[in-house]
Design a protein around this ligand. Sequence first.
Ligand code: HEC
Length: 135
Amino acid sequence: MTRRGGEPQRRQAVTTGMPIFVSRRRFAAAALALLLTPTVATAAALDGRAIAQGQERGNCLACHRMPADPLAMTDATLGPALQDVRKRYPDRSQLRAQIWDAAARNPETLMPRYGRHRILTDAEIDAVTDYVFGL
Ligand code: HEC
């Protein structure tokens, strides 16, 4: 008795529900792959932590402590400690904007204008932003 009642329902699911589900998933996967390809390549090529902590160009540790990162050894207090960053900047693009041009928010800032003054490339700023976003 359950077989007779159950089968049409299952067939219906296969003929109507499934193809739509599969094609939506395929579409989403393809769109995601397209969107993520450049980001993944960038993240693989650039190490945001190394750029941020290295003294060559990022040198964030000259002014900021990063208490969550045991490798970030500094007592610097010129800038605020970079911690709970995601709480302060739920929107990643605002964090990126701060790093790209700190003077946009505070014209008197001591923080270098990493993007506007081409100290770091856009890809390097993206990598640093990803790193800092996780602190
Ligand atoms: C010469 C000192 C200096 C350097 C180097 C520096 N900053 Fe800053 N930063 C500051 C100061 C000072 C502030 C406080 C806000 C202001 O005055 O603009 C600040 C603010 C910030 C903020 C906002 C923090 C908050 O809580 O609002 C972020 C994020 C930030 N810096 C990230 C970085 C990153 C990432 C680097 C390295 C790529 C860096 N800073 C390098 C001085 C510096």
